[in-house]
Design a protein around this ligand. Structure first.
Ligand SMILES: Nc1nc2c(ncn2[C@@H]2O[C@H](COP(=O)(O)OP(=O)(O)OP(=O)(O)O)[C@@H](O)[C@H]2O)c(=O)[nH]1
Ligand SMILES: [Mg+2]
Length: 301
């Protein structure tokens, strides 16, 4: 094998404020939807590893819960998962929503911690959402951020349109170290199917239910097995609500809201797995559930 044919492997954490577009960018780099996305804040609840391949490199992309002011025990576990991602990655990519008004003090707080927590890891800066940010703002943001922290590179991308994403992927692939691939060439994520299926339903809940409600809801996949005819997958899930009052809202008039959530989730799962999917959803009340230890999704893949 010549030098340039040698396999390369490494990991990259995407961190930053909630809603910056980390999950959208993870999916764009992987080339498939493995992380759920929403216009609401606090969507990603635990580390999700996506796997991308470019040339001889296998890149593990660690998508993380975005930073926000934690209020509950559950919130604190989410933020801790984001910081933990820096423990074993080669590159820390700090992602910013460049279309939002820029506040250096807010970023400085995160940067100080990033500098402290990234021992060996290289730091890169990604200004996202350039499709709706004025160009002169981008240059000013890049200059201020680079004054505050030494980034090896700064990228300007739109994870939504894909603009600039290929440059990031090429840079990451080139930066990986020589070494065997840890995952199979076909693998897109380390997320178990049951958990991915629960996430897809949660995404529909974020899209359909308003205001604060999605933050008080969790999904558990109770059953995931080949369907009786052997041609597809049969899934049943519980939508866990913390407050009894939320039940009629999740169900909707004559169960219509739940029906739409189920249909959309089933279609998405069927597309992802490329086979028919039967999905049954139940709603269950568990008081103060998000304050309990078993609510924390401590999956490590
Ligand atoms: N216009 C535009 N919108 C984007 C872009 N990237 C992401 N978004 C939108 O921004 C919102 C948040 O995207 P996510 O990928 O869920 O953000 P996140 O950083 O993973 O958020 P958390 O999981 O809460 O930390 C969604 O509505 C996306 O469609 C982009 O490049 N341009
Ligand atoms: Mg996310």
């Amino acid at each position: 094998m010549s030098g340039s044919d040698k396999k390369k492997f490494g990991a990259v954490a995407l961190i930053g404020a909630t809603n910056a577009g980390k999950s959208t960018l993870t999916n764009a780099l992987v080339g498939e939807k493995i992380a759920i996305i929403s216009h609401k804040v606090q969507t990603t609840r635990f580390q999700i590893r996506g796997i991308a391949i470019q040339d001889n490199s296998q890149i593990v992309l660690v998508d993380t819960p975005g930073f926000f002011k934690p209020r509950r025990k559950f919130d604190r576990a989410m933020i801790a998962a984001a910081w933990q991602s820096l423990e074993d990655v080669d590159i820390c990519a700090y992602v910013i929503d460049a279309s939002k008004p820029f506040s250096m003090p807010k970023h400085q707080e995160y940067l100080d911690k990033i500098i402290k927590e990234t021992n060996e890891a290289e730091r890169i800066l990604i200004l996202n959402k350039v499709d709706c940010a004025p160009r002169k703002n981008l240059l000013a943001i890049a200059a201020k951020m680079n004054e505050a922290c030494s980034f090896a590179r700064t990228f300007m991308v739109s994870a939504l349109t894909g603009s600039g994403v290929a440059d990031v992927k090429t840079y990451l692939a080139d930066s990986m170290s020589e070494g065997d691939w840890v995952y199979g060439g076909e693998d897109l994520t380390t997320l178990p199917d049951r958990l991915l299926a629960a996430e897809i339903t949660r995404e529909q809940i974020y899209a359909r239910l308003h205001k604060e409600l999605p933050y008080h809801i969790a999904i558990e996949t109770e059953n995931y097995e080949p369907s009786e005819d052997g041609k597809g997958i049969s899934i049943s899930q519980v939508i866990i609500i913390e407050d009894r009052k939320h039940k009629p809202i999740v169900l909707g008039k004559q169960g219509q809201t739940l029906k739409i959530i189920g249909t959309e989730a089933r279609q998405e799962l069927s597309r992802l797995y490329d086979c028919p999917v039967h999905l049954k959803l139940f709603v269950q009340h568990r008081q103060n559930w998000l304050e309990k230890d078993e609510a924390f999704l401590s999956f490590e893949g």
